[in-house]
Design a protein around this ligand. Structure first.
Ligand SMILES: Cc1cc2nc3c(=O)[nH]c(=O)nc-3n(C[C@H](O)[C@H](O)[C@H](O)COP(=O)(O)OP(=O)(O)OC[C@H]3O[C@@H](n4cnc5c(N)ncnc54)[C@H](O)[C@@H]3O)c2cc1C
Length: 410
């Protein structure tokens, strides 16, 4: 029996397990997946919790429900990867799991402890986050009774998962305080290290003017160094200050500590891989999928989905000794909730920035690219159902893994 070991049963690991179980013969391949947490969180849903749109049970389900028959699931912390020995040490019974091929899908996590002052006395009081389940729940509680002031959303460092989520949060905050008849008492500011509202110039221009229309201030090239919780200011490396009453932060995002402990990561614990095939730059039997991989595209569930689609065919080639096809193009696809029942959709890859047009059917849509529409909002709403019922289970979706230019205009 050959052994395939998957580390992490989040979005990428679960999809890969489902798809590979179909492709690899049961009598030839033993597939094992390890995760420390028995609950699967639908992370895009964390955005809606602070505003009371989703509740706790809208975003979580048992991981086991999504692991297919014929895949062994082990619930344990992963302690160490020893690539020279082809083995992984897990905390449960201090066991070693041996592999022929390893897929690292341990994601990236918010690390508020990386920024001085962030988790001192004011964490979850005047400083909040919505990138974790607990954070989103605590922020919902805060927003229920908050009666206004300066709300600052800030991005600590690049890269962070779902680059559009902070924008969505601030758009929804604008809507939420309008609904509560509090908008004139709330000052909204987005402080970002980017030179604009987003990385890609055309999307940045549209999103920048959307912020302006909603009377949301944008502070660009703000590299936050620390927070002074007593003074309630966010301070940059240049000693510029952004004052707040309520800070909603996107903390530094880092790959799992086990990646660093095992000597497999870059400075943020993400695994260097070939950007088209996900093969480790160091080991011929290790791949990294999803947010765990150091790739020059967005860290997002949609990217994990397109990446896994491309990976499956390549993995089948690799184990047969055939060269892999340089097929993954960095395709990312993000619905951006813009408030008041509308949304914007962007679709791009390593080489092509977001362009206007219709998606997924050229000329028909129903979704509009780089444009606000109600249908885009419904796309975002519908996505949760697709995630639980199709994506995670590895079922085919009627969209291509590679970005298409059909239906786009420049
Ligand atoms: C607020 C928010 C909004 C988002 N919105 C969107 C969106 O609209 N669209 C979109 O495409 N994406 C969105 N994302 C991003 C998306 O959720 C992630 O990119 C996606 O989940 C990445 O999948 P992954 O498998 O790489 O990592 P994860 O799904 O995070 O899975 C990693 C798994 O590894 C496990 N793990 C890690 N370390 C260890 C260890 N040492 N031992 C054992 N297990 C371990 C974890 O428990 C976890 O289950 C959003 C994310 C957030 C936080």
């Amino acid at each position: 029996m050959k052994r395939l070991l998957i580390l992490g049963a989040g979005t990428a690991g679960t999809m890969a397990a489902n798809k590979l179980r179909h492709v690899l013969g049961q009598d030839e391949w033993k597939i094992t997946i390890v995760d420390q947490d028995e609950t699967h969180y639908y992370q895009p849903g964390f955005l809606f919790i602070p505003f009371g749109i989703y509740g706790e049970n809208d975003v979580r389900k048992p991981k086991r429900d999504f692991v297919p028959n014929g895949v062994e699931m082990i619930l344990s912390e992963i302690e160490l990867i020893e690539p020279e020995e082809n083995r992984v040490k897990i905390a449960k019974d201090e066991r070693y799991l041996y592999y022929d091929y390893l897929i690292i899908a341990t994601g990236t996590q918010p690390r508020p402890d990386e920024t001085p002052g962030l988790t001192d006395g004011e964490w979850r009081k005047s400083i909040h986050d919505f990138y974790t389940f607990d954070g989103a729940i605590a922020l919902a509680k805060k927003l229920r009774t908050w009666d206004g002031g300066r709300l600052v959303v800030n991005i600590m460092e690049l890269p962070y998962k779902c680059p559009v989520a902070p924008l969505e949060f601030i758009f929804l905050a604008d809507w939420f305080f309008h609904e509560k008849h509090l908008r004139d008492k709330v000052d909204l500011t987005l402080a970002t290290p980017l030179p604009g509202a987003f990385t890609k110039p055309r999307a940045a221009s549209l999103l920048g003017s959307t912020l302006e229309d909603k009377n949301i201030s944008l502070v660009t090239e703000f590299y936050a160094e620390r927070v002074e919780p007593d003074k309630k200011v966010l301070v940059s490396y240049d000693e510029d200050e952004v004052p707040y009453d309520l800070l909603v932060t996107v903390p530094v995002n880092m790959g799992a500590d086990v990646i660093a402990r095992s000597g497999l990561g870059d400075e943020l614990n993400h695994v260097p891989v070939d950007k088209h095939t996900f093969l480790s730059t160091e080991y011929d039997n290790i791949f990294a999928l999803g947010d765990a991989a150091a790739l020059p595209t967005s860290k997002a569930g949609s990217v994990a989905h397109f990446a896994v689609e491309v990976f499956i065919e390549n993995f089948a080639r690799h184990i047969e000794g055939l060269p892999m096809l340089e097929k993954f193009d960095g395709h990312a696809n993000c619905f951006i909730e813009s408030g008041f029942g509308k949304g914007i959709l962007i679709d791009f890859n390593y080489d092509v920035e977001p362009l206007p047009g219709k998606y997924p059917l050229p000329g028909i849509g129903p979704f509009s690219l780089l444009q606000e529409s109600e249908m885009n909002h419904w796309g975002k709403v519908m996505f949760r159902w697709l995630y639980w019922n199709y994506l995670l289970k590895g079922r085919e979706m009627p969209i291509t893994a590679q970005m298409s230019m059909a239906g786009k205009w420049s």
